[in-house]
Design a protein around this ligand. Structure first.
Ligand code: ADP
Length: 171
């Protein structure tokens, strides 16, 4: 039986922290779906197409990883994909409360879709997408925080020296 897991997120943009969780999960499960959220009430900095394209480039060498997107209820999507589990990453205690709430709600909605948490690698514990966007918008070096493709997309948005770049990140 093929064991499929889903790693959902905004990935706005994906960071080295996300990528680490992706690679580690893909070693445990036969098939990993990285599912990019397209929540109509959420404001994203990168479009769905951009977030999917960056992830596709990141995982192109990993045959058991697929990038997809979803809207609506994650548990319904997981059931449709025959996923045995949802993967989420945990950095600090501050992540815990929100993630617990989400996992309990998802389990309430669909009892047989469980959530598995993976601890961040210490190298990535302070990396979050919004901080990466902010630093990039101010012209800071984020090359060791994100995969090369993401750095390229950020530079394209902000210009190489960026206070004056064309776009500001959403607050
Ligand atoms: P969401 O909007 O669904 O929280 P994110 O893209 O912010 O989407 O995060 C997706 C998942 O990845 C979450 O479980 C988050 O805790 C986890 N994550 C984010 N950054 C890191 C990191 N640096 N290390 C490990 N996990 C992370």
């Amino acid at each position: 039986m093929v064991r499929t897991a889903i790693y959902p997120g905004s990935f706005d943009p994906a960071t080295n922290g996300h990528f680490d969780i992706i690679k580690r999960s893909a070693k445990i499960f036969d098939h990993l779906i990285v599912a990019v959220g397209a929540n109509p009430v959420k404001k994203y900095f990168f479009s769905l197409e951009e977030r999917v394209a960056m992830l596709n480039e990141m995982v192109s060498d990993y045959p058991n990883i697929e990038v997809s997107h979803f809207d609506g209820l994650l548990v319904e999507y997981a059931a449709r994909m025959n996923a045995v589990t949802i993967i989420r990453g945990l950095r600090a205690v501050s992540d815990f409360e929100y993630e617990l709430e989400l996992a309990l709600m998802n389990r309430h909605l669909k009892r047989d879709v469980d959530t598995i948490f993976m601890m961040t690698d210490e190298r990535y514990s302070f990396i979050r997408s919004s901080l990466v966007r902010e630093v990039a918008s101010l012209g800071g070096d984020i090359s060791d925080k994100v995969p090369a493709v993401v750095e390229r997309y950020l530079k394209k948005k902000f210009g190489s020296n960026s206070r004056t770049g064309p776009h500001r990140p959403p607050s």
